[in-house]
Design a protein around this ligand. Structure first.
Ligand code: IPE
Ligand code: IPE
Ligand code: MG
Length: 257
């Protein structure tokens, strides 16, 4: 459905439904670099540049929550140079982008464990979250040193430590003990670079998320690629185990047939 918007040269689209929460497994930086004969860290830098475009596009399309998988608990198993390079990129991004993101109304959240990161990075992450906590335009949730299993383990530890009785544990209580407490579950998960796997990402929260996988490497996943994902999402019939998106059945008299 084409729709002219701001009067700029850009043409925006409108959709019958837009995901409230988009979560992205930003994969393929290494392959992007390799395909250009560049070192892997050049791919990670290009991926970081791309993030800026996607954040702005989410703001334009009024997507209120964007979660990005940037460093997994398993990524510590990569060569030291690469891990250190990634940590440095994260510090540089905060140093260079925080002010502008804050000015644009982006609220930053972190999911994952602060432990094991350099104290300087821990301090920057905490400062970013604190500085932007009242912003409302877009919540950018950064999964850094994040693992879905680790998150569940952490939630169980906290539930036990709080002395909660087994009969009081339900799905809502578990959600409240996750790193993502207070965030809506993702509606759409995008994975770039073609792998058909979850890689320990939001394994609790994506129970009913729609998936979109593209062969495009993350540094090349631009606004037009995001639009393809949004168009695909727009066509999905989300049934949540029921018979239609709204949970109603077309003809109530069919109910007992
Ligand atoms: C994703 O790109 C970024 C991180 C995991 C930090 P990769 O580094 O996994 O890129 P590929 O999968 O090797 O191409
Ligand atoms: C997932 O990508 C983690 C991030 C994008 C941060 P990986 O490249 O680490 O996942 P696998 O190894 O292909 O499953
Ligand atoms: Mg990868």
């Amino acid at each position: 459905m084409p729709n002219t918007s701001s009067g700029s040269e850009e043409v925006h689209e409108t959709f019958s439904k837009i995901p409230t929460h988009v979560a992205v497994i930003m994969d393929g930086n290494g392959r992007w670099a390799k395909s250009r004969g560049l070192p892997r860290l050049a791919g990670h830098k290009a991926g970081t540049e791309n993030l800026r475009r996607i954040i702005r596009a989410c703001v334009r399309y009024s997507i209120p929550y964007l979660t990005i998988y940037a460093f997994s608990t398993e990524n510590w198993g990569r060569p030291t140079d690469e891990v250190q390079g990634l940590m440095q990129i994260m510090e540089d991004v905060i140093d260079h982008e925080l002010e502008e993101l804050n000015a644009e109304g982006v609220q930053i959240r972190h999911i994952g464990r602060l432990e094991r990161m350099a104290p300087s990075l821990q301090e920057k992450v905490l400062r970013s979250v604190e500085l932007t906590r009242n912003n409302t335009r877009l919540t950018l949730c950064i999964a850094w040193n994040y693992g879905g299993r680790d998150e569940i383990v952490c939630a169980i530890q906290r539930i036990i430590a709080e002395g909660i009785r087994p009969e009081d544990v339900d799905a809502e209580l578990v959600s409240r003990h996750m790193f993502t407490a207070g965030l809506p579950d993702p509606d759409l998960v995008i994975r770039t670079s073609g792998e058909m796997r979850i890689s320990n990402f939001l394994i609790w929260q994506t129970a009913y998320a729609e998936w979109y996988v593209t062969p495009t490497y993350w540094p090349d996943f631009d606004e037009s690629e995001l639009l393809k994902a949004l168009r695909s999402y727009d066509q999905r019939d989300r049934r949540f185990g029921k018979l239609s998106e709204t949970g109603c059945i077309a003809n109530p008299t069919d109910e007992h047939e």
